[in-house]
Design a binder for this molecule. Structure first.
Ligand code: PHE
Length: 499
């Protein structure tokens, strides 16, 4: 039981009833009083009714009067000390309040005016020093909160004279309850089988239900923001007729990650600085399809399928090296190679983790998730790619895209995709795309007229924008707040995503 509850009970025991809690506990916040009363009421200790009372506080002028005396008394004493005072000198002596003091002193019959416009003490006043300062006395009663005896008329008068200010405050009228006592027994919250068996429940006191209580948040698992956004993307892909690729393989050979994608073996991206190579095991076998490997070698070395190639010696061992995949396009390549067995229009996507040996900063880690789609169809063109990108991003409310030519070893033409960022007031890159090169598709055995477009974007970027995450370490790794994960709202990509 709180100290306040004890004090309320003991006061109630002493006085029998408390007409106003404000008078008894002037320093306690009415909200705190209320919660103490409610808890005591639940125990049957007391009953209360709420009342809004008006009380008064002093204005600065009122406070000065309490400290120094009223203007009229000050003037009376001044005149009495000097014997007389020129009316025109009143303001000089008492300041702006002199006028008020003079009017009240006349009204009280303390001062009189001579023919020479001088103030003198009225003969009715015996001893000026013994005159009672009523205004000050009244204000003192206001300070002591004893206003009930003053009467409404007088209070109104003091208010009009701007000496006091009314304030509204809640107070409670408290009377003893049916189970009043000055101490408190703990109330039972739950009935147990023991209480029922022994019959103890008959004598126990139970805490009443509080139906207004909000209740505790229920314990449950929570989806990570990346999983939520990922799921939104998945639904968009499914809605556009795409099938999900199996992407649960982080380690690839250089062959699938680079060579099949027409990335030459001396390409800077294959450097240790950009790619993580495995130490153990260091390499793996190439696929069974010997013809495919021969085609890759040929297209890199001297060219094939109307290409002149890169004109270097393609090294099979280099392509056997194991890497952490740097893009999910390695999966897309393997899936397209499989498609060559039975070529037909196809739509595939994946959303999974990739690794790049890059400098980490507030928005980049050495790994991220890539959202990637590939679409194969007969005789599609750059126009189809642009149209498709516009349709795809429109599903997330992102419209008005711009495209900029770029370079990927495996696509031609290639385009970066930009959208206008309202917050940043600039065009931001939101994806990379292109039409896969014949040098990539034809070695697989895909027919010339079955063309394939592809694009990729990061999952982290829209997630950070959507959830207002400024530092990627708040999203991934040991600095992630579990509260943030548990309480962030559902993802909806139907609003504009990149703003
Ligand atoms: N692999 C590219 C990247 O990592 C994305 C991409 C996929 C581009 C398919 C074109 C075609 O950014």
């Amino acid at each position: 039981m709180s100290d306040l509850q004890l004090r309320i009970l003991s006061k109630l025991g002493e006085l029998g009833e408390l007409p106003s809690t404000r008078e008894q506990f002037p320093d306690v916040d009415p909200q705190v009083v209320l919660s103490a009363l409610n808890s005591l009421k639940a125990h049957g200790k007391l009953e209360y009714t709420k009342q809004d009372t008006v009380y008064y506080s002093l204005t600065t002028e009122g406070e000065t009067i309490v400290a120094e005396g009223s203007h009229e008394v000050k003037l009376l004493q001044l005149v009495s000390r000097f014997g007389k005072l020129q009316i025109k000198d009143v303001a000089a002596q008492l300041g702006p309040n002199g006028k008020v003091g003079q009017a009240r002193a006349f009204k009280n019959g303390w001062l009189e005016k001579t023919q020479d416009n001088e103030l003198i003490v009225s003969s009715k006043v015996g001893d000026a020093a013994a005159v009672v300062d009523e205004t000050r006395e009244q204000l003192l009663r206001v300070v002591k909160n004893e206003t009930s005896g003053l009467g409404d008329k007088l209070l109104n008068d003091l208010k009009k004279r701007k000496l006091i200010l009314p304030k509204k405050e809640t107070t409670f009228h408290v009377v003893k309850g049916a189970d009043f006592s000055t101490e408190l027994t703990k109330l039972e919250t739950d009935i147990t089988s023991d209480m029922v068996l022994t019959g103890a429940y008959k004598d126990l006191k139970f805490k009443p239900y509080n139906f207004n209580s909000q209740g505790l948040p229920s314990q449950s698992g929570a989806l990570h923001p990346l999983s939520k956004i990922r799921e939104e993307f998945r639904q968009i892909f499914f809605g556009m007729g795409f099938t999900e690729m199996p992407s649960n393989q982080y380690v690839e050979t250089g062959f699938w990650n680079f060579d099949t994608l027409f990335v030459p073996q001396q390409h800077p991206a294959r450097d240790l600085q950009d790619t993580f190579y495995l130490k153990d095991p260091i390499q793996s076998d190439l696929p069974e399809d010997k013809e495919y490997i021969a085609n890759i070698k040929a297209v890199h070395e001297e060219g094939k399928y109307d290409s002149i190639g890169y004109r270097y010696n393609w090294n099979e061992e280099e392509s056997q090296k194991l890497v952490l995949r740097t893009h999910t396009t390695a999966i897309s390549a393997a899936m397209l190679h499989k498609l060559a067995e039975d070529p037909k229009p196809t739509r595939l996507f994946s959303i999974d983790r990739v690794f790049r040996n890059e400098a980490v900063d507030a928005t980049h880690l050495a790994e991220f998730h890539q959202v990637e789609g590939v679409l194969a169809d007969y005789n599609i063109t750059l126009g189809d790619l642009i149209q498709f990108m516009e349709d795809f991003f429109a599903k997330m409310g992102v419209t008005g895209l711009r495209f900029k030519p770029t370079y990927n070893p495996y696509t031609e033409p290639s385009m970066e995709i930009y959208s206008w960022h309202k917050g940043l007031q600039k065009w931001v890159e939101i994806g990379n795309s292109g039409l896969f090169r014949p040098e990539m598709l034809e070695p697989m055995g895909l027919p010339k007229d079955l063309r394939v477009l592809g694009w990729g974007l990061s999952l982290e970027r829209p997630t950070m924008i959507k959830y207002g995450v400024k530092n990627i370490r708040e999203l991934l790794g040991h600095k992630v707040s579990l509260d943030f994960i548990a309480s962030n709202p559902a993802a909806r990509l139907d609003e504009e995503l990149y703003n």
